[in-house]
Design a protein around this ligand. Structure first.
Ligand code: NI
Ligand code: MN
Length: 226
C-alpha cells in the first residue's frame, strides 16, 4: 500500500491496484504550488465534508479522471449539478464493498457546508478494509468517544488524523484518538496550511513517540510505502 501526500488533508492511497484520492485541496494551497492537479490519476475520490479546504479541486479532478466520488448524499447532489457523473453517495453508518475492498462511513465531530453555502450534510470519516491492510481517515474532527468503535470494524495498519488544532484535534487529542482506534502509526494532516494551525513538527513527533506511537509528517508530494 502506498500513500502520497498533496498537502493539507489531501492524500492518495494506492491499494489493490486502485487509487483513492482524499479531500482534494491543492490549487488554493500556496504550500502545494508545485503539485499540478492535472498530473493526479485516481479511480476514486473520497470527500469527508463540504468545506472548501477539502473539496476545492474535486469537481475538476472528478471531471477529468471520471473517478467515482464517495461522499455524503448532499455533496453528491451538489457535485452532480456541476457535471460530475460517477458517485457512490453514502452516509454515516453505511458500508460499501468494491474493487478496492470496502469503505465504511463513520462519525466525525465537525461542521460542513459547501463553498457556496449549500448544506453539506454531516461530516464523516472513512474506515477502509482492503486485502493489503485496513486504514482510517478521520476527516476533520474533534476527539470523540465514537472512535472507540473503530477497532470493531478494522485492525488498522495506519490512520490519517488531523493534528493542527484550532479547527480539529490537536496533538494531545490525536494521541488519545490513536489509543481509541488502537493504532500506533499515524499520518498527520491538517496542519501548517493556515496561520491558525501552524505546528512544531519535531515537538509533535516527540509527543507521539513519548506515548509509544509514530507520527509521520510527509513533505508535500512525498510518497511512502505502508
Ligand atoms: Ni472542515
Ligand atoms: Mn478542514
Amino acid at each position: 500500500m502506498k500513500l502520497t501526500y498533496y498537502g493539507h488533508a489531501c492524500f492518495l492511497v494506492e491499494c489493490n491496484g486502485k487509487r483513492i484520492l482524499f479531500d482534494p485541496f491543492i490549487t488554493p494551497n500556496e504550500l502545494a504550488k508545485d503539485i499540478r492537479i492535472e498530473d493526479i490519476a485516481c479511480d476514486y475520490i473520497a470527500i469527508s465534508h463540504g468545506h472548501a479546504d477539502h473539496i476545492a479541486d474535486a469537481v475538476a479532478i472528478a471531471t477529468r479522471t471520471q473517478a467515482t466520488v464517495i461522499c455524503a448524499f448532499e455533496i453528491y447532489e451538489w457535485m452532480s449539478k456541476q457535471g460530475v457523473a460517477n458517485f457512490r453517495p453514502m452516509n454515516t453508518g453505511g458500508k460499501w464493498s468494491s474493487d478496492f475492498g470496502s469503505v465504511k462511513c463513520v462519525v466525525a465531530q465537525h461542521s460542513s457546508c459547501l463553498p457556496d453555502g449549500t448544506y453539506g450534510a454531516n461530516p464523516m470519516g472513512f474506515v477502509f478494509n482492503t486485502a493489503e491492510g485496513d486504514f482510517y481517515y478521520s476527516g476533520d474532527t474533534a476527539l470523540t468517544m465514537d472512535m472507540q468503535l473503530i477497532p470493531r470494524w478494522a485492525k488498522l495498519k495506519f490512520a490519517v488524523l488531523p493534528i493542527g488544532d484550532n479547527f480539529t484535534m490537536g496533538i494531545e487529542d490525536a494521541i488519545a484518538a490513536a489509543d481509541f482506534i488502537q493504532c500506533d502509526k499515524i499520518i498527520g494532516v491538517h496542519y501548517d496550511t493556515f496561520g491558525y494551525i501552524v505546528i512544531d513538527h519535531e515537538a509533535a513527533k516527540q509527543q507521539f513517540a513519548a506515548a509509544g506511537k509514530e507520527l509521520i509528517l510527509l513533505n508535500i508530494g512525498e510518497t511512502i510505502e505502508l
